[in-house]
Design a protein around this ligand. Structure first.
Ligand SMILES: Nc1ncnc2c1ncn2[C@@H]1O[C@H](COP(=O)(O)OP(=O)(O)O)[C@@H](O)[C@H]1O
Ligand SMILES: [Mg+2]
Length: 367
């Protein structure tokens, strides 16, 4: 098992006019499970294919441990790749499909049998082992493809590109946990591409969030949720995403319109006065009926009953914000309520990048 190191790796499909993947330097550590998360077209597949060798990057170099592989073909990189759609020998049985990558490498028969049965058991394929692959439905075929990717325990990395797209949603939950289990068991380095935040957050040790060919933040799921470093992460992760409220910083005090809502902290020295955006997740917005300082008076515009919680939407001078509150609460459209932010869970952004936090004040609730 080796670290995968990207050294200034970037890719352009049009001779350098635009970057599908902007040059980046970072290390994917051995035995960790990574998710590449971002909307369609942000460069996830490009990055994955550069790691697998299906694509040679326009600039930069890739290392597997201390071996440079930038121009080494896929077959010689010792990786397994699973694609969005099934890649199988349709005429072969499920068993033979799973055994194929191992036979190819001359594993002993008993060892192959043990490994095939272990993987098929984990993926719920036991009762299908002797069926021809073409007789399975597409979802099941994809699970076999997944099995083929996971069956070898000696690969440098397993790369998966939106592998659960064709699988039934109910099964996806199970398969994600299975994948985690197999990962724990084999200690593979996993790189998992998805546009689905739930999939990324439940599965990965570390999530790399991509926007327009750039990794805007990489971290553990809780870190991305609790401490987004970039507006895009706040917006893309969470359901709904983070509130972004236009505000002003005046001599260290954060104001929404005329209302002070707290003091700026963690600003790496003095943050100059001027416009900022407050980013605060709906989970960290509290509501009270009486004016408590610092509280932002806002008019409730709608209340969505979500079953497990209520989502209260409000507006102040054309700025909107939402709060997640418990189902016992009673807020009505039209009412004026006082909104406040859980200290240290509300952040300041400038040019989409986090530049500070709204600090705790004495007596205020902490996260
Ligand atoms: N073979 C290709 N030729 C030209 N442009 C491509 C090619 N593959 C991808 N792109 C472009 O590169 C960008 C990143 O694509 P991709 O890596 O496939 O994104 P993702 O997997 O996140 O959806 C997109 O703008 C896409 O249109
Ligand atoms: Mg893709």
């Amino acid at each position: 098992m080796v670290d995968i190191h990207l050294d200034g790796v970037g890719h352009s499909y049009d001779g350098g006019r635009t970057w599908a993947l902007r040059p980046m330097t970072r290390t994917l550590h051995a035995a960790r499970a990574y998710a590449l998360l971002g909307p369609s077209g942000c460069g996830k597949t490009t990055l994955l294919n550069i790691i697998s060798g299906l694509l040679t990057p326009t600039v930069g170099r890739i290392w597997f441990g201390d071996r440079e592989v930038t121009r080494v073909p896929t077959a010689a990189r010792n990786i397994a790749q699973v694609f969005q759609f099934p890649v199988l020998y349709e005429g072969m049985s499920v068993y033979d499909n799973l055994a194929f990558p191992l036979r190819n490498r001359g594993w002993p028969k008993a060892e192959i049998d043990r490994r095939v049965r272990a993987v098929s058991h984990l993926l719920g394929l036991d009762s299908h082992l002797h069926r021809r692959s073409r007789r399975l439905d597409p979802g099941r075929q994809q699970i076999v493809s997944l099995g083929r990717g996971l069956v070898r325990s000696d690969v440098a990395a397993v790369l998966l590109d939106e592998p659960l797209t064709v699988v039934d949603p109910a099964l996806r939950w199970t398969l994600r946990s299975t994948l985690k289990e197999i990962h724990r068991d084999t200690g593979h380095t996993l790189v998992y591409v998805t546009h689905d935040q739930t999939e990324a957050l439940t599965f990965a040790d570390e999530v790399m969030v991509l926007q327009d060919g750039d990794v805007v933040q990489s971290g553990e799921p809780t870190e991305l949720f609790l401490s987004p470093a970039h507006e895009f992460v706040g917006h893309f992760i969470g359901s709904p995403g983070m509130n972004m409220i236009p505000a002003d910083l005046v001599d260290g005090v954060v104001r929404v319109g005329d209302t002070p809502v707290g003091r700026a902290a963690d600003t790496d020295g003095a943050l100059p006065s001027g416009p900022v955006r407050i980013g605060v997740r709906p989970e960290f917005v509290r509501i009270s009926a009486v004016p408590t300082a610092p509280g932002l008076p806002a008019r409730v515009t709608a209340v969505d009953r979500m079953g497990a919680y209520h989502l209260v939407h409000a507006e102040i001078d054309g700025r909107r914000l939402s709060a997640k509150v418990d189902t016992g609460s009673r807020y009505a459209p039209g009412a004026l309520e006082y909104f406040h932010f859980v200290p240290d869970r509300a952040f300041l952004f400038r040019d989409a990048i986090r530049c500070g936090t709204i600090a705790a004040q004495d007596g205020a609730e902490r996260a």
